[in-house]
Design a protein around this ligand. Structure first.
Ligand code: PEP
Ligand code: MN
Length: 338
């Protein structure tokens, strides 16, 4: 349920309302917009039906939230969420954010080479996995803590923010100390215990869509994180499983405008995992931006043929640089900046 306050509602009226909601054993979540304040109420809504909240001073109207997710919904927060990544970079506003780097952190030198190249091309975030979710237990599993140290060091040296995947809740503190954005991979989108812990984290979360998850399920996963207090969630469409086998997954381009209508959270597109082929990354990246995505996450490797993970879908740095130039034109055409 959403309680919409009058534009001139006073702090005192808001405090009074919040107190009454809490007294009913419900959890009020305050969202302050430029024009007005909205109070979302999570919990047993039946309890509120017996309270005539409409007549409280400062209240304009009380609206039930019809979707199963609440805090992530546009009803709860009509304006786009612009998530600060550091002092000067944010995602969800006019400027696009491009995250790029190798699938996995393999060694310091390769990471540094790729980082310098993607920075020069205009990326703002360096990606790289230290804990890799591999289908086979015999595949390279990532460098773990050593990889995180490389990522932190290279990010600082080159002047890039960093993002890496967290798989195990026991590594949350470690990952949080080393990177700027915590990635939750497709395979963990419904690891609810992990999501709850991320709600307590101080860093933004990049929540990838599960390969077989509906948009509703994905937004409900994001809801878990917001519900525990972390509103800094970035969604990532990375392709879903379909009957198609020519590509690794199928990018659900529909998801971008659907998410934009349903939620205030920013969304980025991953054209690398959704296609599985470097040659398809450029057109799909452009399609994602044209459809309204707030950014991209792209795999780049200086020697894709030697990559320990996802080589076939990794772009060479020079191809990535060319794509960035082309993307600037697409961005301008849809009122964004890059
Ligand atoms: C990745 O980003 O390298 C990755 C494993 O992605 P996903 O979880 O989307 O498969
Ligand atoms: Mn990968």
């Amino acid at each position: 349920m959403i309680i919409v306050l009058k534009p001139n509602a006073t702090e005192q009226q808001i405090t009074h309302l919040v107190k009454r909601v809490k007294a009913l054993g419900l959890k009020p979540m305050i969202s302050k917009g430029i024009e007005r304040t909205i109070v979302g109420v999570i919990g047993e809504e039946e309890l509120l039906r017996v309270q005539p909240l409409e007549v409280f001073p400062g209240v304009e109207k009380v609206v039930p939230i019809l979707s199963p997710y609440k805090l992530v919904s546009r009803e709860f927060k009509p304006a786009d969420s612009v998530i600060k990544l550091n002092g000067s970079t944010a995602i969800g506003g006019t400027p696009l954010v491009v995250m790029a780097g190798p699938c996995a952190i393999e060694n310091y030198e390769t990471l540094l080479t790729v980082a310098k190249a993607v920075k020069k091309a205009g990326a703002t975030v360096l990606r790289g996995g230290a804990f890799k979710p591999r289908t086979s237990p015999y595949s390279f599993q990532g460098l773990g803590e050593e990889g995180l140290k490389f990522l932190k060091d290279v990010g600082k040296k080159v002047g890039l923010l960093t993002v890496t995947e967290l798989m195990d809740v026991r590594d949350l503190g470690l990952v949080e100390r080393h990177v700027d954005i915590i990635q939750i991979g497709a395979r963990n989108m419904q690891n609810f215990d992990l999501l709850k812990e991320l709600g307590l984290a101080k860093k933004p979360v990049l929540l990838k869509r599960g390969m077989s998850a509906t948009i509703k399920e994905w937004l409900l996963s994001a809801e878990y994180i917001l519900q525990n207090g972390n509103f800094n969630v970035i969604l990532c469409e990375r392709g879903i499983r379909t009957f198609e086998t020519d590509t690794r997954f199928t990018l659900d381009i529909n998801a971008i405008p659907v998410i934009k209508a349903a939620s205030h959270l920013p969304i980025v597109v991953d054209p690398s995992h959704s296609t599985g082929k470097w040659g398809l990354v450029a057109p799909i990246a452009k399609a994602g931006i044209a459809a309204g995505a707030d950014g991209l996450i792209i795999e780049v490797h200086s020697k894709p043929e030697e990559a320990l993970c996802d080589g076939p879908q990794s772009m060479l740095p020079e191809r990535f640089a060319k794509l960035m130039t082309e993307l600037r034109r697409v961005a301008r055409a849809v009122g964004r900046e890059l």
